[in-house]
Design a protein around this ligand. Structure first.
Ligand SMILES: [Ca+2]
Length: 232
């Protein structure tokens, strides 16, 4: 009698154990080995430059939640049926790439945690186009101590007539920072579902610039308009 009473209990234990094993395998499959994720934050800083000519986005990585993803594309073989403006250097760049239905969605491109030095500046090339003005977005955000701060918001360049690669730069830390600080950089973007919608990034450079204060007038509006919001 006791044996029959205990049988459902043993079956439950066996079921739960099997479930745990299955989850564990899924976790392993979901992990992509990226050597740069194992380096210390100070070394990671020195690895952030990428012109995407090698065909890989490392040490930046795509963590977009839906069907739109950052994919390295070659100018000679655009996935979206029409090429971007001629790249300023090389032939490859990172492009917001949608599925066959052109489903719109959010894109996220991250760095690992790295040590930003006071005066560090990030610069990059970008191209953003949309059927309607401001229809697509590209924001650069710095994350530290649980808070995200928007460094640049570039949706104003998203128009139907934009066929131009532009270069933008911004300090990573505020002028009040005097010590090296561990941060993450994140590009947030939204790409719509129209055939004309497009976003691309190229030639990311992170470099020291001890003399940098507020520099070019092109940077001032975005930094001045920086928004603070909690990471979710
Ligand atoms: Ca390139």
């Amino acid at each position: 009698m006791i044996k029959y009473l205990l049988l459902p209990f043993f079956l439950l234990i066996a079921f739960c154990s099997a479930g745990r094993v299955q989850l564990s395998k899924q976790d392993v499959r979901g992990q992509v080995f990226r050597p740069f994720m194992l380096v210390d934050p100070l070394t990671a800083r020195s690895l952030l430059d990428n012109d995407f000519e090698s065909g890989t986005e490392d040490p930046w990585y795509d963590s977009s939640p839906n069907t739109v993803h950052w994919v390295v594309e070659d100018y000679s073989a655009p996935a979206a049926n029409y090429p971007p403006p001629t790249p300023l250097n090389g032939t490859k760049y990172l492009r917001a790439t949608r599925n066959e239905e052109l489903s719109p969605g959010l894109l996220i491109l991250r760095t690992v945690v790295f040590t930003a030095l006071p005066g560090d500046v990030i610069s990059f090339g970008f191209w953003i186009r949309s059927k309607y003005t401001g229809g697509n977005t590209l924001d650069l955000v710095v994350f530290m101590d649980g808070v995200e701060t928007t460094l640049l918001a570039l949706s104003s360049y998203s128009t139907s007539v934009n066929f131009e690669w532009r270069r933008m730069s911004t300090p990573i830390l505020g002028e009040s920072f005097t010590q090296p600080t561990d941060v993450t950089l994140i590009f947030y973007a939204y790409c719509g579902g129209d055939v004309n919608d497009a976003i691309a990034i190229d030639d990311i450079v992170v470099e020291s610039n001890p003399g940098f204060k507020s520099s070019s007038s092109e940077n001032k509006p975005a930094v001045k308009g920086a928004k603070m919001h909690q990471q979710v």
